[in-house]
Design a protein around this ligand. Sequence first.
Ligand code: ADP
Ligand code: MG
Length: 704
Amino acid sequence: MIKYTIETPIAKLPRINEKYLKRFHKLGLNTVRDLLYHFPNRYDDFSKIITIDKLKLNETATIQGEILKIDNTRTFKKRMSLTEALVKDQTGSTKVIWFNQPFLIKNLAEGKRVSLSGKYAIGPKGPYLSNPSYELLTLGKTTTHTAGFVPVYPETIGLGSRFLRYYIKLILPTMALIEESLPSEILKTHNLPNIQTALKNIHFPRNFKSAEEARKRFAFEELFLLQLFVLKQKNKLQQQSSFKIPFNKDLIQTFVKSLPFTLTDAQRKSTWEIIQDLEKSQPMNRLLQGDVGSGKTVVAATALLEVADTGYQAAFMAPTEILAQQHFKEIKKLLNPSPLVKGDRVNGFDIEIGLLTGDEKNVSNKTKIFVGTHALLQGSVKFNNLALVIVDEQHRFGVEQRATLLRNTKIVPHLLSMTATPIPRTLALTIYGDLDISLLNEMPKGRQKIITKIIPPEQRIQAYEFIRREVKTGRQAFVICPRIEPQVNSPSAVNGVNPQLEIDTRKLLWAEVKAVKEEYEKLSEKIFPDLKIDMIHGKIKAKEKEKIMSDFRNKKTDILVSTSVIEVGIDIPNATVMMIEGADRFGLAQLHQFRGRVGRGKHQSYCFLFSTSGETTSRLRAMQKHDNGFELAEKDMEIRGPGQFYGVQQSGLPDLAMASLKDIDLIKSTRHEALELLKKDLELRSYPLLAAKLSQFKKTIHLE
Ligand code: ADP
Ligand code: MG
């Protein structure tokens, strides 16, 4: 006897008016199905049912008995409403107090039998059951809010768990209409409850174990869908064709020999992986991950060279104009090692390298290697045989960006993304699971460990003196200040609030923001009047920025004061001091990127962290302790959870999958099952329900 269907709108449920409907919608709940899939984020354990004489102070328990007396009063001092009751069972009676719920006496009247779950506390006038969850006991009806494992749901104002429990219990019988979409072999192999058992137990479990089993099933299901999604995506790309770039051993050997340094083993291995991908007729979709300073640019240069030498076009994109400029110079230098060879030529092959940014267009129809910003995609260049796209400082090439490119080209170019942000293994196997990953897990020889110090306010002068000494020996320094306009990013954490971030946001609002301009004036007039100081920030025109950077590169400037525009990629090996103001306002990944701007040459380098609040945060301590990006990423995951990683938050992953992004075992088994299933049945023809679920899932997921 099921009254509703899965598709029944919430508006059709009993006693729902406009006001309530809005609140349901606010939680994203529109239909009975949405309610069925609105999972609790925790449970209250009210399963211990005892008689009143067994109540113990500070313990949570359930008692059941009759209301002898109930009344509303007010406290004088706190202006709070109190509802006081006396409840008895066969063993005795106890006082019960509710705070600010005067409406309770409408339902809970003298003589009624009630079930109450809460903590037994002590007050000035003796012990009482404090603010218990309550419900009337009715013959033949099970309890919902007390006396068991009671679900606590994601709520909104005016729509609390009590309401949600009521409605979910009401529509729970519709779960019989839901068909199992997971293959039965998989349920069996992994010991997962079927969909009905899981739905029942995730809402109203008998104990923690059954709740956990249900939760695991849904986490499995969500991750399994994610795996099917990324693996199918990968497969789809592999169906497309790309230009085959034959491996040119002589060319690569000559190039590698021409370099002013020996490649690390990791660089060799990654280059080889890329070269092998380029040889295939399917498009490469690879991510090159290497800590700041690990030498990604030269790996990119090798691939660009191979492609350009074959006669095809290749594009190298950077996120900022400064970085595009730098890459342009660097690629030219790397590919044109001999000053005897005229023009942009390598070993007798004509390779024209062009630069294209928002402000600059320095390309011709002979250009083979296009270096630039995303302006490269904006259609001003007509590529006719674009065979390779390399994107620096990006985790993956977005679906939309790829679509933009494909408008200009018939054949899908090979794609290489490069990033310094470590991708924890769990993420490499999930939201980045459609990418092949190459790892630069080794630094070039001779790099010294950067010395990182949190500087207390009283040591500021010493830090300035230190910088002066470094400059006197010929080195240079960066000073980073938080943005000109305070920017408040407060990404919400997985499963609710992240206290760390909340505090940061408040600090950001209250603290005086140290503007780059002020800092520049202070340093150039008061602190270092004898040194050459310059400043750079996002509001400066590209041309001028370029001049500022090349002045710094050519040692015309000693100290560069900057906002976070300097953050990624900038390579000035002579700079040895990175001083970060307001370091407590930056995230770990960002701080590590800043620090990576020094220690890129042969000189010992330093990173000084100043905190606005004067407080040492766990992030700053982590910076002081770890110099390795991977360790920092692990630490970050510990402090903030996987939801804070780039791309995770935007991914639109359902909650349980999100929460399970740490669970390597679950990730591995879902990946294994997805691979096996797709091997058997790529189009999921024998699994229509699963296919339907997957296409639903696709609509919510967004991997960038
Ligand atoms: P990132 O991986 O951060 O992009 P870069 O490619 O900018 O690093 O390289 C950092 C610096 O290290 C550059 O100055 C580059 O010339 C140098 N470099 C790269 N590979 C090596 C190597 N194998 N040995 C020595 N120096 C290297
Ligand atoms: Mg780089």
